[in-house]
Design a protein around this ligand. Sequence first.
Ligand code: PLP
Length: 397
Amino acid sequence: MSDFTATRAMFDLPDGVTYLDGNSLGPLPRAATERMAQVMRDEWGQMLITGWNRAGWMAQPARMGDRIARLIGAEPGHVVMGDTLSVKVYQALAAALDMRPDRRVILSDSGNFPSDLYMAEGLIKALDRGHELRVVAPEEVEAAISDEVAVLLLTQVDYRTGRMHDMATLTARAHAMGALTVWDLAHSAGAVPVDLAGCGADFAVGCTYKFLNGGPGAPAFIYVAPRHADAASPALSGWLGHAAPFAFEPSYRPGAGIERMRVGTPAVLALAALEAALDVWDSVDMEDVRARSVALSERFIAAVEATCPALELASPRDPVQRGSQVSFHFEQGYAAMQALIARGVIGDFRAPDIMRFGITPLYLDEADIDRATAVLAEVLNKRLWDAPEYHERAAVT
Ligand SMILES: Cc1ncc(COP(=O)(O)O)c(C=O)c1O
């Protein structure tokens, strides 16, 4: 049984803050500060360039990939870290399209994160082979998977509403139609149990700065199913994905399996922080995290609906169809969120009118949910959001 009192103590949360934004940026794991200091002091400082071998920096992306593999149901040896999620989307989509040379349609949905769609547009342009990005409503995806589709490109959990796609069903449908799948797990990894191998997913990508708590700008990950690992063609053929990087050959040869999805020099310091963040996950079971996430989410929804009549639930009511966040529509959502933040309850806002709250059992409990609800009710029912300073839009919402 996972001990969530113990995991809570592993985070350094500011006094007086109730943090409901771990779906956007996870908080600081206490051990990360010392781990980074140690890598800087003892490894970078003392080993200098020999750290690549002596401290194992070069092997870090695969080592950390294996630790994430456990959380997303991937086979060991088939996940590697690096770059940002947008770059990993591009790589996975390019490799998948290359495996379906006779098809031209990339199918996605309007709930996908814009960067995924932008990267698909950019790739289509670069390939210049007449591909089409077809975007349908989330509930229409299954019916839209036809034998024209080369790749189904989906984010499993919708960043705005938390609506969760059924990965097993959609992957099976895609395969039945001869298509491949690229799953974006940005809002799934560390949020809900994921079974990539069990679902037969072809490619998956995700970030580590949200539910996994790796820190701002922490590196992304990519998964390629074992059956494709030595066939996937790397679109971003950087030297560290080469079969023999230090042979410095004049032309590219892909490395073995997932290694070919590496591009350039790994972010050693960022990976050190992530390593400390992943230590927290070693002590918990994903099924326990999910059960607790559902319980806390249900408590939050019930209390908000009972006390804040102006808010309308934007997330699916059925927990089975919901990730680990709860969202509400409110026309003045931006201002209301600023008023909440000013009172120590941190969530965020997504245009046009969504107030988002991440439910993260590693460091949230019933008392946090109750406090957040009480402050939210006060902000709404006393119209505390209606002050000029809460209406000024910052660059990051
Ligand atoms: C679902 C999803 N995909 C892609 C991205 C882009 O990630 P990055 O900024 O790391 O490239 C995000 C960022 O939040 C996201 O939520």
